[in-house]
Design a protein around this ligand. Structure first.
Ligand SMILES: N[C@@H](CCC(=O)N[C@@H](CS)C(=O)NCC(=O)O)C(=O)O
Length: 240
């Protein structure tokens, strides 16, 4: 059995979609990050960076394997299954570079944008403007890539698409009314919209979204004190 330490966030959703796409059996081990469960000693032994997702493959040949960082987990699953990542040649590096682009650029920009939009107390006009500008730029990068190829890695659906899809899904669901450029179906970026439909039409992705939504009901939402703790604000702020 594969264990996925999970919360209801896009970085975890990447792995849920991959496991379902690959037909691998797994169970969720919910980690309530709002309540600080990621800082428990047992969890930090699995991921010294104290974040979900973490995957433990108890069925690996040679004994259990533990992997943290969502893109490292995607690579692990692709190599375990021999699917979703070309084994060699330029196509492999096309998929890898776009998966890393998501991890280093698209994900963090979405995270900061979301933080200043939804969680930061007070007004932060500069930060909001900075992350909106950066996210718009990155949607432009994505749009131009998908004008050249049906999937991020090229001709085939790969871990690069699995890394990126959950962020587009989440931003569209939560913020498209206020920020139309985040709408997955926006006419501003027709190639992203077409790619989104191609991904969503895959039975593994559709079923993976359902599994992700099941996880939501397993985890409580945050109260104001939880938000103070996780974002290091208020009574929990570092004061030098
Ligand atoms: N680069 C990491 C990011 C992981 C991450 O930020 N996880 C969030 C949930 S999406 C988390 O565990 N947050 C809890 C915290 O920051 O304390 C990855 O891709 O796995």
């Amino acid at each position: 059995m594969i264990d996925l330490y999970a919360s209801t966030t896009p970085n975890v959703m990447k792995i849920t979609l991959a496991l379902v796409e690959l037909g691998l059996e797994f169970r969720f081990l919910p980690v309530n990050v709002w309540k600080g469960e990621q800082f428990a000693d047992d969890f930090v032994r699995l991921n010294p960076n104290a974040k979900v997702p973490v995957l433990v493959d108890n069925d690996a040949a040679g004994g259990p394997v533990t992997v943290f960082e969502s893109v490292a987990i995607l690579i692990y699953l692709a190599e375990k299954s021999g699917k979703l990542l070309p084994k060699s040649g330029p196509a492999r590096y096309d998929a890898l570079q776009w998966a890393v682009w998501q991890a280093a650029n698209f994900g963090p920009a979405n995270g900061q944008f979301n933080h200043f939009e939804n969680y930061a107390p007070g007004e932060h006009a500069y930060s909001k403007s900075r992350y909106t500008t950066e996210l718009k730029r990155l949607y432009g990068v994505l749009e131009r890539r998908l004008a050249d190829a049906p999937f991020l890695g090229g001709a085939e659906f790969s871990i690069a698409d699995l890394a990126t899809f959950p962020w587009v899904w989440s931003a569209s669901n939560r913020l498209k009314d206020k920020y139309p450029f985040l709408d997955k179906a926006s006419a501003e970026h027709p190639h992203i919209a077409a790619w989104y439909r191609r991904c969503e039409a895959r039975p593994g992705v559709a079923r993976g979204i359902e599994r992700h939504l099941e996880l939501k009901s397993m985890l409580a939402t945050a109260d104001p004190d939880d938000l103070d703790r996780i974002f290091g604000r208020g009574q929990y702020a570092y004061r030098g």
